[in-house]
Design a protein. Structure first.
Length: 215
């Protein structure tokens, strides 16, 4: 009986879990680095290869005059974003695989340069090599950004092996992105609740927050 209950509860959890689309595609998504070390080009972060050895990863330059490091992901169109997940290198012989990662940020914009932040790491010690951060934004461009340098380096660096971005097409939200945003004035809504932003409803006589019912 006890085992049956555990299995049943696990089934309910799986069924109720909201899933989102993944937008990074090999050959379509464009990645750009702020700088490049050797042959470790930015495109390795969007090639659908999840191996975390450095030979499969992007790597920014170690030049000491560098003040910031970033990897920019161009999704090629605007999406409603829920989260950003990335894989960092795991092959350092000293085991300090993510020593250069603490203090990173995730930045977003619909322009080619960031104008807002959706996540900032508080310089956490011992970060994992796989990180997924909530990033609620309507955006085309996403940056993983670093201006901190480790105690062993003279410049900030990033060594990112793969990136995935999850969310919905603009105008949709909820489980499997199956719900429309209704009559929100901005044309988009909260990706989890469907609530319209501060612009409210597109037409008079409709009730916030989802703008799906008349007054």
């Amino acid at each position: 009986m006890g085992l049956f209950l555990v299995v049943f509860l696990a089934y309910l959890f799986i069924v109720k879990t909201t899933t989102y689309n993944q937008f990074v595609r090999k050959g379509t998504t464009v990645a750009t680095n702020s700088s490049q070390l050797g042959t470790y080009k930015a495109s390795r972060a969007v090639d659908e290869n999840f191996n975390q050895h450095i030979i499969n990863c992007s790597h920014t330059s170690a030049n000491c005059n560098i003040k910031e490091a970033w990897l920019r992901i161009n999704l090629r169109k605007v999406y409603s974003i829920k989260s950003v997940k990335f894989w960092y290198r795991t092959d350092r012989r000293d085991g300090k695989n993510t020593i250069r990662l603490p203090g990173y940020s995730i930045l977003v914009s619909n322009e080619s340069w960031p104008n807002s932040s959706c996540y900032r790491d508080p310089v956490s010690p011992n970060l994992p090599s796989i990180n997924e951060n909530e990033c609620l934004a309507t955006t085309q461009y996403i940056w993983i950004y670093q201006s901190h340098k480790s105690s062993e380096d003279c410049a900030p660096m990033l060594e990112i092996c793969e990136v995935q971005v999850y969310g919905c097409d603009v105008g949709f939200y909820g489980e499997n992105c199956s719900k429309a945003c209704g009559l929100c004035k901005s044309g988009t809504c909260d990706i989890m609740t469907g609530q319209c932003d501060e612009l409210g409803c597109a037409l008079p006589g409709f009730q916030a927050s989802e703008c799906i019912g008349s007054l």
